[in-house]
Write a protein that binds this ligand. Structure first.
Ligand code: FAD
Ligand code: DLZ
Ligand code: SF4
Length: 534
């Protein structure tokens, strides 16, 4: 890129390496930047786009955001060394590009903010040994709970619980607090956040951002270089600058937040966004901070723009869940991903890529994910996640899928949600019980079942909704592991009431369905193509 390389011959300033998901002027690696002597390094590298084969929109989103951010820094008069993917000599890796930049600029030190993924953290430790100059790795100041504080809180606890952590964070920040008491007298309005969307209720039109010339160029680059990755680029409309991300935030606060809480768990055909914020790609890449988003939501409550149960429900997601999973990731890595508490090992069915399945709920969610690199929380948890859990899919393959398909996916947030919350592969570190559910849950919260080839009311045989018998089959298969879990007492009591004949029927239907998954990966899809897409 036409980045200024001021002083590239013999400057003795600091080289400030900003990763693609650290795009804020306030990130710790830039706070004490000396505009006269320092150089900011930003690099597009093939390794980061292919260590898993990310959705095309995720790559386009980050490259576009990186290029816009670099341009903003340059407009401020700063020296930016921006390496494009197709620049001659691009080595394709963080390490290679950092080494080349050190040779170009000969800085007296490198400053970088800690990354969001363990594998990059390990790279950074190597830089300290291999580069001949000091490498300072700074804490990521974009989170409200520093890693050390979370680790101290988690120390000695085998089971961590988000609710306890969240209350501590409310007290610590003062968000939704009236002196020492929670606003409205309650900490949590979760029971008010579970309504089905009434027939005829129309969610608001969502603001989309037309790609400008820079973004269009990136989209063409991604199609040319990563055309065989999962996902469509045609509808790309993510905000890729801070200004646009702020516009998206304002739009959410005014048009969706006042109803967000009521329909947080609802799902509707053809309405992928409902009242959700659509802010996670911008938040995770640094275009917005968690702190400003939470305080903006609190202001909407104090000003009477949005009711408390909606604002609390929203703030809980960011101040609670987001900070919690991040703390847990760093406190439990690198061993966290190695457990497989339920011994699951079935291969990921091809329909997670193709969407070609008679399970209408799964087909809808995969189709929307392909189109937008987005599915909302309940779709991720209770449709693709619930299926993966009750079908006993291999945690590593499921985790890779989630890391690939969403524009907001980084391991610090994906892994605890998938390994812990969805698959319970951590044996209960993250959540008290598996979120297993039959088709009745999906029927209650969506309109998917009305257009499905299967019948959600039928429990056995070829017409039956597979979620129904897979749910009971899951309980049977994991009886030894889960029956002692207090929160599973009710379903196990019901299971014990089933006749031997009914149990055998469940086992038979589940085995036939699961075998068919392995035998027939899906129309027109060969195993070779699975390898290609991953
Ligand atoms: P909203 O529903 O409007 O929520 C507001 C914000 O709260 C989000 O932007 C997000 O920052 C935060 N949030 C909500 N729930 C969570 C959560 N469980 N963990 C962390 N933050 C949360 N989120 C990611 O950012 N990246 C991921 O890779 C990711 N993978 C997930 C995988 C699974 C299986 C599940 C169940 C959840 C995952 N989530 C992930 C959390 C959540 O689904 C997304 O953050 C949310 O759907 C993003 O859309 P939104 O901005 O419209 O969120
Ligand atoms: C996800 C991603 C992609 C696709 N490309 C780049 C890139 O070219 N340059 C970069 O600095 N970062 C990229 N990223 C984000 C990194 O993967 C991310 O910083 C690490 O996963 C650590 O969170
Ligand atoms: Fe999904 Fe079963 Fe409903 Fe079909 S009937 S949409 S498979 S829950």
């Amino acid at each position: 890129m036409a980045g200024k390389r001021r002083g590239s011959a013999a400057t003795a300033g600091t080289l400030r390496f900003v990763l693609g998901d650290q795009l804020t002027r306030r990130v710790s690696s830039l706070v004490d930047l000396d505009p006269e002597r320092d150089v900011v390094l930003i690099v597009e590298v093939r390794d980061e786009a292919t260590y898993v084969r990310h959705h095309k929109q995720k790559i386009a989103f980050l490259f576009a955001a990186m290029r816009h951010f670099a341009a903003e820094l340059e407009a401020e008069g700063l020296a930016v060394d921006y390496v494009r993917l197709t620049d001659a000599g691009n080595t394709g890796s963080f390490t290679g590009e950092l080494e080349r930049a050190v040779a170009r600029h000969r800085p007296d030190r490198v400053v970088v903010t800690e990354p969001g993924e363990w594998r990059v953290w390990e790279m950074m430790q190597d830089w300290r040994e291999t580069l001949a100059i000091p490498v300072e790795i700074r804490a990521d100041n974009r989170f409200l709970c520093p890693r050390e504080d979370f680790s101290r809180w988690a120390e000695g606890r085998h089971h961590l619980r988000m609710e306890t952590f969240y209350r501590g964070m409310r007290r610590r920040t003062g968000l939704l607090m009236d002196d020492d008491e929670p606003a409205g007298g309650r900490w949590n309005y979760d029971p008010e956040n579970r309504k089905r969307l009434p027939k005829g209720q129309q969610p608001p039109d969502r603001i989309g951002f037309q790609p400008d010339a820079v973004t269009r160029q990136v989209i063409a680059l991604v199609e040319a270089e990563f055309g065989d990755h999962f996902g469509d680029l045609t509808g790309f409309s993510w905000p890729v600058t801070r200004a646009d991300a702020l516009a998206a935030l304002r739009h959410f606060l005014a048009d969706a937040l006042p109803t967000f809480g009521d329909y947080q768990d609802a799902m509707k055909t053809g309405a992928p966004f409902l009242y959700h914020a659509l802010l996670s790609p911008a938040l995770n890449a640094g275009l917005l901070t968690a702190e400003e988003v939470c305080w903006a939501a609190e202001r909407a409550y104090r000003d009477g723009v949005a009711p408390l149960h909606c604002v609390e429900g929203f703030i809980r997601q960011i101040l609670g869940w987001r900070e919690y999973v991040r703390g847990l990731y760093w406190a439990r890595m690198p061993g966290y991903r190695d457990s497989n508490a339920l011994g699951a090992g079935r291969d990921l069915p091809w329909f997670y890529w193709s969407g070609e399945t008679a399970l209408n709920c799964v087909a809808q969610v995969v189709g929307e994910t392909r189109a937008h690199a987005y599915a909302h929380h309940i779709q991720r948890l209770m449709v693709t996640g619930n299926f993966a859990l009750i079908a006993g899919l291999d945690p590593a393959q499921v985790e890779e899928w989630y890391l690939i398909v969403f524009a907001d996916a980084y391991e610090w947030v994906e892994l605890p949600n998938v390994h812990g919350m969805v698959l319970w592969a951590d044996g209960g570190v993250m959540g008290s019980k598996p979120y297993a559910a039959s088709g009745a849950y999906i029927d209650r919260m969506s309109d998917y079942c009305a257009s499905c080839a299967y019948d959600v009311k039928v429990k056995a045989g070829p017409e039956a909704c597979p979620f129904n018998y897979l749910y009971w089959n899951f309980l049977i298969e994991n009886e030894e592991r889960l029956a002692g879990n207090q929160r599973m007492a009710m379903p196990y009591r019901t299971l014990r009431g089933l006749s031997d004949r009914r149990r055998a029927e469940i086992r038979r239907d589940a085995a036939a369905f699961l075998d068919s998954l392995q035998a027939r990966p899906g129309p027109d899809q060969s195993g070779d193509q699975t390898d290609r897409v991953r």
